[in-house]
Design a binder for this molecule. Structure first.
Ligand code: NCD
Length: 369
């Protein structure tokens, strides 16, 4: 069964098809359709959300289907200690497709192992947010007319944020030049930089000044500091308010460039930017509906979009993932699945020691065994 868990697992042709299908949904996202008549979407949100949950529900209603779900685990059996696997085994009896947001990394993939219906990853901890990525790509394609060879500048919390790294990984096939602008504490995790560089052939330039990268950017992608994911308040206070896109930076940007943000924002884009032609984050929110309509249409085969994700084959090992936020830490019944990484280079050797390196199938952390 096909699930929508990680956009970077689709090849370029499938990604183009999905963006095109999402583009074709724009009109239906305004006018409505009856493609999903009789179908039910379940939205299981173990973490707060405004845009993602409501736009999934809106997408299903616009397709002519219905939805049910919870937006707060306190009102569900999760509060009684029910496992993720059992919740999924329950909800798949009541629905045709499930969108899940969960704080544990790899939770959506874990859910897919127990589900009789397709699972959509609506955000799993700091790991991935593929439906946001599809809507970001639809925004870029619609507003700039292309996805190829773009100057992509990512700024904000690239360590704990899932949207920027999801976008970088999924865009790799389109040969972007990626510049990351962050304080060192918030830089892109090493395993993601390594995947971009070694597996996807994209070099990442890192800097801490926004002014110069903003001038060359086709897309300036801004993200919020993910306060809720810091291990301590002290760690958060160190970086709080450490960057902001203001009117001066927006004014220095190319005329035909975009400032995007998955939202919500706190203080990283000043209100004076909202009126500039580059500011498209409010339009970006609208694209969430057609993008999610396309995901549902693909999974429920309401249209022939014809995409196929390609996953590496995992092995079950007697090893624990070292990521404290991996879903295997809280859902202890999960099989320990890892993907061998093959030869390791010098940097990895220094960081992880001289054992064989494997990648956790759920959260993508690298572990030396
Ligand atoms: C983002 C998320 O949840 O990852 N928001 C969203 O889905 N639109 C970004 C964030 O919370 O900062």
């Amino acid at each position: 069964m096909k699930h929508f868990l990680d956009l970077s697992r689709y090849d370029k042709t499938s990604k183009v098809k999905l963006v095109e299908a999402a583009g074709n949904m724009i009109e239906l996202a305004r006018d409505g359709a009856d493609l999903a008549n009789g179908k039910i979407l379940a939205t299981l949100f173990y973490e707060p959300s405004t845009r993602t949950r409501l736009s999934f529900e809106s997408a299903m209603l616009r397709l002519g289907g219905r939805w049910l779900g919870f937006a707060d685990t306190k009102a569900s059996s999760v509060a009684k200690g029910e496992s993720l696997a059992d919740t999924i085994r329950t909800v798949d009896k009541y629905s045709d497709v499930i969108a899940i947001r969960h704080p544990a990394e790899g939770a959506a993939l874990a859910a897919s192992m127990y589900s009789g219906v397709p699972i959509i990853n609506a955000g799993d901890g700091s790991h991935l947010h593929p439906s946001q990525t599809l809507l970001d790509m639809l925004t870029i394609k619609t507003e700039l007319g292309k996805l190829e060879n773009l100057e992509l500048v990512l700024t904000g919390d690239l360590r704990y944020g899932r949207t920027a790294s999801s976008l970088a990984l999924a865009m790799a096939d389109f040969h972007p030049r990626i510049t990351c602008v962050t304080p060192p504490e918030l830089s892109l995790p090493e395993h993601i930089k390594r995947r971009l560089k070694d597996e996807l052939g994209i070099s990442v330039h890192e800097t801490d000044g926004l002014y110069d990268p903003a001038q060359i950017a086709d897309v300036l992608y801004v993200t919020r500091i993910q306060k809720e994911r810091f291990f301590s308040d002290e760690e958060y206070q160190k970086v709080k308010g450490s960057y902001a896109v203001d009117g001066e930076i927006a004014a220095s940007m190319k005329e035909n460039s975009l400032i995007l943000h998955p939202l919500p924002r706190v203080d990283e884009i000043t209100p004076s930017v909202d009126e500039t032609p580059q500011a498209r984050y409010f339009d970006q929110m609208f694209y969430g509906v057609p993008a999610r309509m396309a995901i549902i249409a693909d999974l429920l085969e309401l249209q022939t979009i014809d995409t196929e994700p390609v996953w590496p084959l995992p092995e079950e090992l007697d090893v624990d993932c070292h990521n404290p936020r991996c879903v295997t830490k809280t859902e202890s019944y999960l099989p320990r699945f890892f993907v061998p990484l093959g030869e390791k280079d010098e940097a990895l050797f220094e960081e992880l020691g001289n054992g064989e390196t494997v990648r956790c199938f759920y959260c993508d952390y690298e572990v030396s065994i």
